[in-house]
Design a protein around this ligand. Structure first.
Ligand code: PLP
Length: 394
């Protein structure tokens, strides 16, 4: 049987992590891996999460199955967090899923049941896993213009012109905030225009919301999602609790669907639950219960929001410091975009040779497309990093 298989391509980020681990230089810097790191270079368990976990262990009475849609309190709390009052809840259904990835996967399967082989339009570039999840679900993938390598900002006019040409039956995958890999995001006015375009063309918005709270705060980061969802009859959202709750390995996320009315929501949701049942039957509870406890308890929620703000502020400070350090050393504003970007990543727009040079000469690791994880910048090494980047492009 297995002799028919050839080796699948390895994961580039995992390979980069391996190279970094094997590098013996004490001054090496890891800007590759996509997890938040604190000033000690550690991805911490948030204090609010630890407290919720202790409460959960003390109060848990059973380990019986959760049900296909998962933890109901978690679902309601996530809907409040993501949508607030932006859409009539009668039209909304939510199913807990294993991470943002699992949520994307079940929703792509749902799209393929509704419109087999439909085309999902993703930003150019997009998160590396969007394409395989869509293709693996039987869908086609095409791109819409997004990142302008010259300005390192969004090519908005081109993006909008492309979206305007789509129609009912097409799917548009949008990063709700903190675009990965570029760090370049839409302004609120641009979100308004995107929402208006989608309402006009009838293309289905599918929002990947993996970094809520990592950009400018929960409310600011939810603007685009709420705007789009309230402007159109149908939409999908894949929510992840990996980054904002630091629950990466617990695999917690949610698939949200908004239908034109309650009856259609029930029918569509029955298909979503049927997909989940046939895939992994039911989700695990651990991460969901932690999030439920935090979001339902005023004190824990305030503590979580404060911790999230602290992470966000740290990333913003590092952005400002790196942009300033490069400006001082180069006497140019060429890298000021780093301070304008939001979220964990910035696409520096360096040629491949510069990325290789940084790794070989300076022990600075980033993905081959020159994406950096700003949370990985050691605060006391910002100057070194600025020098290294400038010497790599000289
Ligand atoms: C854009 C984007 N979407 C979704 C995810 C999925 O995250 P997870 O499955 O770990 O929750 C990630 C994680 O890196 C991401 O960057």
């Amino acid at each position: 049987m297995f002799e028919t298989l050839s080796k699948a391509p390895g994961d580039k980020i995992l390979a980069l992590m391996g190279e970094y681990a094997a590098d013996q230089r004490s001054q090496k810097i890891d800007l590759g891996v996509g997890v938040y790191k604190d000033e000690k270079g550690v991805t911490p368990v948030m204090t609010s999460v630890r407290k919720a976990e202790e409460r959960m262990l003390a109060n848990e009475k059973t380990k019986t199955y959760l049900g296909i849609a998962g933890n109901k309190g978690f679902g309601n709390a996530v809907l409040d967090l993501v949508l607030a009052g932006s859409v009539d809840r009668d039209r909304v259904r939510i199913a807990q899923a294993p991470g943002g990835t699992g949520s994307l996967w079940v929703l792509m399967q749902l799209i393929n049941r509704a419109r087999p082989g439909a085309t999902v339009y993703v930003s150019d570039p997009s998160w590396a896993n969007h394409n395989p999840i869509a293709i693996g679900s039987g869908l086609e993938v095409a791109t819409y213009p997004y990142f302008d390598p010259a300005t390192r900002a969004v090519k908005f006019d081109e993006m909008l012109a492309a979206l305007d040409k789509l129609g009912a039956g097409d799917v548009v995958l949008l990063h709700g905030c903190c675009h990965n890999p570029t760090g370049a995001n839409l302004t609120n006015t641009q979100w308004d225009q995107v929402a208006e375009s989608l309402a006009r063309t009838g293309a289905l918005p599918f929002i990947d919301l993996a970094y809520l709270g990592f950009g400018d705060g929960i409310e600011a980061d939810a603007y685009g999602t709420r705007k789009v969802v309230s402007a159109v009859p149908e939409s999908l959202i894949a929510f992840s609790g990996s980054k904002n709750f630091g629950l990466y390995r617990e695999r917690i996320g949610a698939a949200i669907l908004v239908a034109r009315d309650s009856a259609q929501a029930d029918v569509t949701n029955s298909q979503l639950l049927n997909i989940i049942r046939g895939a992994y039957s039911q989700p695990p509870d651990h991460g969901a219960e932690i999030i439920r406890i935090i979001l339902e308890d005023a004190e824990l929620r305030a503590e979580w929001e404060a911790e999230l703000s602290q992470m966000r502020e740290r990333m913003l400070t590092l952005r400002a410091k790196l942009a300033a350090a490069i400006r001082e050393r180069s006497n140019s504003s060429d890298f000021d975009f780093v301070a304008d970007h939001r979220g964990m990543f910035s696409l520096l727009g360096l040629p491949g040779e510069a990325v290789d040079h940084l790794k070989a000469e300076n022990g600075v690791y980033m993905t081959g497309d020159s994406r950096i994880n700003v949370a990985g910048i050691p605060e006391d090494r910002v100057g070194d990093l600025a020098e290294a980047i400038l010497s790599a492009i000289r």
